[in-house]
Design a protein around this ligand. Structure first.
Ligand code: 3PG
Ligand code: MG
Length: 396
C-alpha cells in the first residue's frame, strides 16, 4: 500500500482524509472519544507537513439526507480540543459551505466536512451514484489519505471510489491496524486464544468459521453463547437465542472437535428475571438455567477459567462483551476477560468499537493492551480472511 510519504511534498496541497469519527454520543456529548484520539496523529502529521487538511467522516446511519441528530459538529469540536488548534466545520458535505471552507484553508489548517452519509451517494450500492458523489468530494482535494480503519470494509464513496479519483495513500492508523491484524492471521505465537462475545452469533459466523482453522481455543460468552448452549441440548430460559443458527453452531462444535480446537463455553451463568440494571442476579450452572430467567453474564467460575486461559496465551484477540457490562451486576465476566488481557505476555488485541468502549468504561487504560482496534466490523472481516474494499483500492 502507498503511504503518505509516497504523496510527495504536501505543502499547500488540499488533502482529503477519511477518518472514522463514528463515536458513541449521548445527545451532543461524546461518551467514548477513542476513535477521535486515534485519528489525531495522521491529521496532525498532514497539518504539520503544511497541507490544507479536509477531514471526511460519518456518524451513525442517517438515511442519506441531512439529520441534525447525526451532525459531526460536536465531534469536530472534540477534534479541535485534541489537536490543540482550530478546526473549521463545514455545514454540508460538498455544497456551498464545504467549498467555501476548503477555499479558505491556509497551509497547515484543518476543516471537517459534515457527515458524508447525509448524501445518499455515499453508501449507494449503485456505482454511478456513488461515483457522482465521489467526483464532488474529489473536487475538494488534490490527494486522498485513507485513515478510517473502521470503515475500510465498506465500499463507499469517501472510502473506496474517491481513491480511484485522486493520488491515494494509507494513513498511519490504517497501516498500524493492518500490521497488528496480520500478526493475528499469519503465524501467530501460540497458544492463540480468541474470545468472542456480543449479542448475535450471526454477526460472528465468518470469523468463527475461519478462526477454527487458526486459533488453539475459542472462548465464547455474551448473548451469542446461549445459541451454543442450546446446540449442546441445554435449556436457556428466556435468554437471547438464534434458533435458526443452532445447526450451524453444531457444525462448528463438530469441526472444532475434529481439528483439536477447544471451544470453551461457560459452566455457570448469571441470570435474572428481566433485562434491567436492578434485576436480582443469581448464579446458576450453565446446564440448569431456570426457564423463567435470562442469562446476562458468564458466571464467576467461568470468568476465572476464561481469565486463566487468556492470561496463559501468547496471542489473544477479543471481540464482544461477555455480558451486559453496562449494568454493574452483569459486568463481572467482561471485567475478568479485560483484566486477563492486560496480563498477557505477548500480543493482546481488543477488537472493535464496542469492546474498546467497554474496556475504557470499565476503567482500563488503552496502554494496558497490546492494541485496541478502532474497527469492529472491519477487524472481524479482516480476520475472516475477506478482501476489504477500502484496503484493496489502495493497493492498485
Ligand atoms: C463502525 O462503527 O462500525 C464503523 O464506524 C462503520 O460504521 P457502519 O457499521 O455504520 O458502516
Ligand atoms: Mg458497524
Amino acid at each position: 500500500m502507498k503511504t503518505i510519504d509516497d504523496l510527495g511534498d504536501l505543502r499547500g496541497k488540499r488533502v482529503l482524509v477519511r477518518s472514522d469519527l463514528n463515536v458513541p454520543l449521548d445527545g451532543a456529548t461524546i461518551t467514548d472519544d477513542g476513535r477521535v484520539r486515534a485519528s489525531v496523529p495522521t491529521i496532525r502529521r498532514l497539518a504539520d507537513a503544511g497541507a490544507k487538511v479536509v477531514v471526511m467522516a460519518h456518524l451513525g446511519r442517517p438515511k442519506g439526507a441531512p439529520d441534525p441528530a447525526y451532525s459531526l459538529e460536536p465531534v469536530a469540536v472534540r477534534l479541535a480540543e485534541l489537536l490543540g488548534k482550530d478546526v473549521t466545520f463545514a455545514s454540508d458535505t460538498v455544497g456551498a459551505s464545504a467549498q467555501e471552507v476548503v477555499a479558505g484553508l491556509g497551509d497547515g489548517e484543518v476543516a471537517v466536512l459534515e457527515n458524508v452519509r447525509f448524501n445518499a451517494g455515499e453508501t449507494s450500492k449503485d456505482a454511478a451514484e456513488r461515483g457522482a458523489f465521489a467526483d464532488e468530494l474529489a473536487a475538494l482535494g488534490d490527494a486522498f489519505v485513507s485513515d478510517g480503519f473502521g470503515v475500510v470494509h465498506r465500499k463507499q464513496a469517501s472510502v473506496y471510489d474517491i481513491a480511484e479519483r485522486l493520488p491515494a495513500a494509507a494513513g498511519g492508523l490504517v497501516l498500524a491496524e493492518v500490521d497488528v491484524l496480520r500478526r493475528l492471521t499469519e503465524d501467530p505465537e501460540r497458544p492463540y486464544t480468541v474470545v468472542l462475545g456480543g449479542s448475535k452469533v450471526s454477526d460472528k459466523l465468518g470469523v468463527i468459521d475461519n478462526l477454527i482453522e487458526k486459533a488453539d481455543a475459542l472462548l465464547i460468552g455474551g448473548g451469542m453463547v446461549f445459541t451454543f448452549l442450546a446446540a449442546q441440548g441445554y435449556g436457556v430460559g428466556s435468554s437471547l437465542l438464534e434458533s435458526d443458527q443452532i445447526d450451524t453452531v453444531k457444525g462448528y462444535l463438530a469441526r472444532a472437535a475434529e481439528k483439536g480446537v477447544d471451544i470453551v463455553l461457560p459452566t455457570d451463568v448469571v441470570v435474572a428475571p428481566e433485562f434491567s440494571a436492578d434485576a436480582p442476579p443469581t448464579t446458576v450452572a450453565a446446564d440448569a438455567m431456570p426457564a423463567d430467567q435470562m442469562g446476562l453474564d458468564i458466571g464467576p467460575e467461568s470468568s476465572e477459567a476464561f481469565a486463566a486461559r487468556v492470561a496463559a496465551s501468547r496471542t489473544v484477540f477479543w471481540n464482544g462483551p461477555m455480558g451486559v457490562f453496562e449494568f454493574p451486576a452483569f459486568a463481572g465476566g467482561t471485567k475478568a476477560v479485560a483484566q486477563a488481557l492486560t496480563e498477557v505476555d505477548g500480543l493482546s488485541v481488543v477488537g472493535g468499537g464496542d469492546s474498546a468502549a467497554a474496556v475504557r468504561r470499565l476503567g482500563f487504560a488503552d496502554d494496558q493492551f497490546g492494541h485496541i482496534s478502532t474497527g469492529g466490523g472491519a477487524s472481524l472481516e479482516f480476520l475472516e480472511g475477506r478482501e476489504l474494499p477500502g484496503l484493496q483500492v489502495l493497493e492498485g
